[in-house]
Design a protein around this ligand. Sequence first.
Ligand SMILES: CC(C)(COP(=O)(O)OP(=O)(O)OC[C@H]1O[C@@H](n2cnc3c(N)ncnc32)[C@H](O)[C@@H]1O)[C@@H](O)C(=O)NCCC(=O)NCCS
Ligand SMILES: Nc1ncnc2c1ncn2[C@@H]1O[C@H](COP(=O)(O)OP(=O)(O)OP(=O)(O)O)[C@@H](O)[C@H]1O
Length: 247
Amino acid sequence: MLVLGLTGGIATGKSTVSSMLGAPPYSFPIIDADEIAREVVFPGTSGYKQIVAYFGPKIPDLLLDPDNQQRRFLNRPALGRYVFGNDDERKVLNHITHPQVRRSMLRKILVNWLVRGSDIVILDIPLLFEARFDMFCGKTLVVACAPETQRERLLKRDGGILSEKEAEQRIDAQMSIEKKAWLADIVIWNDEDLDELKHKVNQVVAQIQPSKLRTWIEWVPPIGALMALLSLAKKYFSDTERREKMT
Ligand SMILES: CC(C)(COP(=O)(O)OP(=O)(O)OC[C@H]1O[C@@H](n2cnc3c(N)ncnc32)[C@H](O)[C@@H]1O)[C@@H](O)C(=O)NCCC(=O)NCCS
Ligand SMILES: Nc1ncnc2c1ncn2[C@@H]1O[C@H](COP(=O)(O)OP(=O)(O)OP(=O)(O)O)[C@@H](O)[C@H]1O
C-alpha cells in the first residue's frame, strides 16, 4: 500500500486537492489530520480536559457556553487567536494534541491496509514535515502557491473572519512553502483555476500508482512487514539527508 502524505501551506489548496482525490474517479481513502485534531479535543476527551486545565485560566472565552452541558465546546477561533500569536503556547497545544493525532492516524492507516486492502491511502496533514509525519509516507505531495495567492485565499476564506495580522500569524506558524516544496517528492503549483488543478491532480495520480505485483507481495504477512520496515528506514535516511542539505 502506498501512503501518500499530502500537505501544503495554510490555504494553498491542500483540502481542495484532498477532496478531488477522495471523489470519483479516484475515491482514495483520505485520513484528515484537521478532522482528527477536532475529534481528540471533543468535550470529555483527555485532550479537551488538558486544554481546559491549561488554557482555561489564560483565555476567558475558551468555552463557547461553559454553563450548558450540550454546548461547552471549545471556542476554536479564540484558542486560535491566542496560540497563533504565541509560539510557546502553540507548542503546548501541539504537545497535547499531536501524540493523539499521530496514534489515531496510524490506527487508520492500519485499518485501511488490513481491513479494506487499499492500494493507496492519502494522509491529509498540514504539519506533515513539521511533525515529521513524512517518515510514515511512501511519497509526499505538497500543494504550493505564490505567497500573494496564499494570503488572498486565506483572507477570503470562511467569509473573511481573519484579520490581516491573524492571517500573517497563521502563515508564520508553519514551515515556509519553499521549504516544504524542497522536502516533497512531488509538488503541485496551484496558482491557476480549479480546472488546471484537476488536470495536475490527474497527472500526479498517473505517476503514483503502485505496481500490482508490489501490492500483491505486501499481502504475504512477513514480507509485508519487512517491506514496511525497509521503507521506513529508507525514508528516515533520505529525509534526514534532504533536511541537512536544506539548512
Ligand atoms: C488552534 C486551533 C484550535 C484553531 O482551530 P480552527 O478551527 O480555527 O482551525 P483548523 O483546526 O481548521 O486549522 C486550520 C489550519 O490552520 C493550520 N494549523 C492548525 N493548527 C496548527 C498548528 N498547531 N501549527 C501551525 N498551523 C496550524 C493548518 O493549516 C490547518 O489546516 C486548531 O487548529 C488546533 O487545535 N490546532 C492544534 C492541532 C493541530 O496541530 N492541528 C493541525 C493538524 S495536526
Ligand atoms: N485553484 C484554485 N482556484 C480558486 N480557488 C482555490 C483554488 N484552490 C483552492 N482554492 C480556494 O482557496 C481556499 C483555500 O483552499 P483549501 O481550503 O483547499 O486550503 P488548505 O491548504 O486546505 O488550507 P488549510 O491548511 O487551512 O486546511 C478555499 O476557499 C478554496 O476554495
